[in-house]
Design a protein around this ligand. Structure first.
Ligand code: HEM
Length: 417
């Protein structure tokens, strides 16, 4: 595993730790504000209030952990060092200030004048990230399928955040004559499918076989999926912006096929695994893919029947069922490894070093998994049945279990033999 998750070319642990710790912080913040969104049940999926929550969560937690993970993994996947570590630190500070400002401005109507500033800071931070990645790609020699996914995902990220910036500036200055929802749809598809999903798809092909010890499996589904997702998403974005409905629909079909191929690829890897032990990583993986498939099916129904509550329900299952679970499961594997690599790998052969499993408290991770799962299911039913009570009970349970995640993160970072 050491060979696959780290190389001498990987950035300093300090850099990745910045992103991981900030991600954990925003996870706690989101968990605590989530119950206060009960008043939005039965409302519209696209609104400034929901945008405050989704940006706090997606930019603060999901993207933050992905950025940290990318800085660690890109040199491993491409076998070349990152173009600039300084860029990555500058990006971090601009990003934290920008996203906090953006989320605050979305949440408070009177503070909307801050939105252009927050958005611009985040936009610059994202540009620094994509430029850093593209410049790293200059020296690439082998285009593996993971390398292709990550490259394409950064192109989509660039366009998607540009649409986001235009929508944000328009929200305050109101200069556009066209229906802004079209730009927002292109923005959402670009960031969620083009960046978040494509990155997860590319990286899963490295991480999941490594953690489950699978070898010699077919990679045909994920290879085919690449063409379906890139062409499908490009058609969807173009169709949404130009109002060509059939193009949009073909795009959605292409994206759905690619996501189904991804789920099938993960199934192939999981069923050929040698490590059968169901530790907290494996449980989180199984739950996250169950949420993933469910959210796709419900999204299709909501798209076909234009049913707002179902859109909200599928979005919630995707954000808090799939994304949170897959990320937390991986934190339990990756963080202990990074701390071990930095602190103990130089001592191998000289003194006794800990096992990776010793560096998290498995029992706490197990409790966290079940409590979070219960809270997510109950709060999701709160959305489906427009029940404030179920939503609040579920989300408060999730907030309490977030401390168990924090406990294990602290335990790993502070671990000493
Ligand atoms: C420069 C960065 C970004 C800017 C300026 C921006 C701006 C915006 C704006 C103005 C909206 C429409 C809100 C409304 O009409 O009420 C929006 C919606 C949305 N954005 Fe972003 N965004 C950015 C990055 C991202 C990223 C990176 C993600 C996901 C990873 C994301 C996910 C979403 C989602 C899910 C919505 C729909 C929210 C809702 O339901 O109202 N955005 N964004």
């Amino acid at each position: 595993m050491a060979k696959q998750l780290a190389t001498e070319m990987a950035p300093p642990f300090n850099l990745v730790a910045h992103y991981m710790i900030a991600g954990a912080f925003f996870y706690i913040v989101t968990s605590f504000v989530l119950p206060s969104y009960a008043g939005e049940l039965g409302g519209y999926f696209v609104s400034s209030t929901i945008a405050s929550l989704s940006h706090l969560y997606l930019l603060g937690f999901v993207m933050m952990i992905i950025f940290g993970g990318m800085y660690q993994l890109v040199p491993v996947i491409l076998e070349i060092p990152l173009f600039s570590k300084d860029f990555a630190y500058i990006q971090f500070y601009l990003y934290v200030v920008g996203l906090s400002t953006m989320a605050y401005a979305f949440a408070h109507e009177k503070m909307l004048f801050l939105l252009p500033y927050g958005s611009l800071l985040v936009y610059i931070a994202m540009l620094i990230f994509t430029i850093n990645i593209f410049l790293t790609y200059r020296n690439i020699e082998v285009w593996s399928i993971s390398a292709k996914y990550i490259f394409a995902s950064n192109i989509f990220l660039f366009f998607a955040v540009t649409f986001g910036l235009i929508a944000a500036l328009n929200l305050y200055y109101g200069f556009l004559d066209i229906d802004v929802l079209k730009i927002v749809s292109a923005h959402m598809a670009g960031v969620l499918i083009g960046y978040v999903m494509m990155t997860i798809m590319g990286v899963s092909l490295i991480l999941v076989p490594m953690f489950s010890l699978s070898h010699g499996f077919s990679e045909v589904p994920i290879n085919r999926g690449f063409y379906f997702i890139t062409v499908g998403l490009a058609l969807y974005i173009f169709g949404a912006l130009t109002d060509i409905f059939w193009m949009e629909v073909i795009g959605v079909v292409g994206i759905m096929i690619s996501l189904a191929l991804f789920a099938y690829q993960m199934w192939i890897i999981f069923t050929t695994r040698i490590r059968k032990q169901n530790d907290s990583w494996a449980k989180n993986m199984i739950a996250s893919f169950a949420f993933f498939i469910l959210s796709l099916v419900i999204f299709l129904l909501s798209y076909l029947f234009k049913w707002e509550t179902l859109s909200m329900f599928s979005g919630y299952l995707f954000f808090f069922g799939f994304l949170a679970t897959i990320i937390i499961g991986h934190i339990y594997k990756i963080l202990p490894f990074l701390v071990w690599y930095q602190r103990y790998s130089p001592l191998v052969g000289k003194q006794k070093v800990p096992m990776l499993n010793d560096m998290i408290v498995e029992k706490v991770a197990d409790w966290q998994f079940w409590i979070t799962l219960g809270g997510t299911v109950v709060s999701a039913f709160g959305i489906l049945f427009t029940s404030k009570l179920l939503f609040v009970v579920g989300t408060v349970t999730m907030a309490l279990s977030a401390f168990l995640v924090l406990y294990n993160i602290y335990y790993t970072l502070a671990y000493r033999e």
